[in-house]
Write a protein of this length. Structure first.
Length: 255
């Protein structure tokens, strides 16, 4: 393995380790790298636990049809820009049903594109619901030939998750714990009046609805934090709506 490839492999392995630790999944939407980011993830043993898959939107029209990038944005501003990178990242997360979306769009060269010279790259990162500033983009200006620019882009993209602010926020870790508890108990919806600084009750409901399907209903109320609610669930102190009562509660207007 050449030094550059070995370096990318180490970064990918660390990203996967942190994703596993946070119990999060990731998906990619790639243009300039042509699948290289996904390939770096899947080269790591055990990556299937966190890597959902990816979109290779090398052609401009595929960014619209597969990733959901706004057609007017593409027509008026091209595809080498911040908004396109963000929309590609979000499209990856939505299309692949992943917690995180990661994207790369840019110019590898030797020709210019959209009035941008080779080496201009935008990376996009769509973080989970509830995170501050969750749809992000990063601009790179890289030097080198085509192969070098693509290799640098892959490494920078792999590092994006490592550099995300507060990747193990207490609120999101608690949210993940709650979802695990729900899955174990076979519920699919939380109705809550909990007040949380980042992960609101509605965010939690949406996240659970997106991730888990076809089970019953749970109600947790009156707890100042989601961590407290999870502990109450474990101790059996929370108000719990059993599967047999779900239709009565639905009819009663709780949803």
């Amino acid at each position: 393995m050449n030094p550059q490839a070995e370096d990318r492999s180490l970064v990918a392995a660390e990203a996967i380790r942190l994703l596993e630790q946070a119990k999060l999944t990731i998906a990619t939407c790639e243009s300039i790298t042509g699948g290289g980011i996904g390939a770096s993830f899947t080269a790591v043993p055990g990556s299937s636990a966190v890597f959902r898959g990816g979109l290779i939107t090398y052609a401009t029209d595929l960014k619209v049809s597969l990733a959901g990038v706004d057609e007017r944005l593409v027509r008026e501003s091209g595809v080498i820009n911040e908004r396109t990178a963000k929309q590609m990242a979000l499209g990856a997360a939505l299309s692949c049903r992943a917690d995180i979306g990661l994207s790369a769009t840019g110019v590898a060269g030797p020709d210019w594109q959209d009035d941008e010279r080779p080496g201009m790259v935008w990376l996009g990162l769509a973080l989970p619901v509830g995170w501050d500033d969750r749809i992000r983009a990063r601009r790179l200006q890289l030097d080198g030939d085509r192969a070098q620019i693509r290799a640098q882009t892959i490494k920078a993209a792999l590092a994006c998750w490592l550099e995300a602010d507060d990747p193990a926020s207490a609120e999101y870790k608690a949210c993940t714990e709650a979802i695990a508890e729900l899955e174990k108990r076979q519920y699919d919806l939380v109705i809550t009046d909990m007040k949380m600084p980042r992960v609101t009750g509605l965010d939690l409901i949406r996240h659970i609805r997106n991730r888990y399907k076809g089970v019953a209903v749970l109600m947790v109320t009156g707890y100042p934090s989601i961590g407290g609610a999870v502990e109450a669930l474990r101790l059996g102190a929370a108000e719990v709506l059993r599967p047999s009562a779900r239709h009565d509660r639905h009819a009663g207007g709780h949803l």
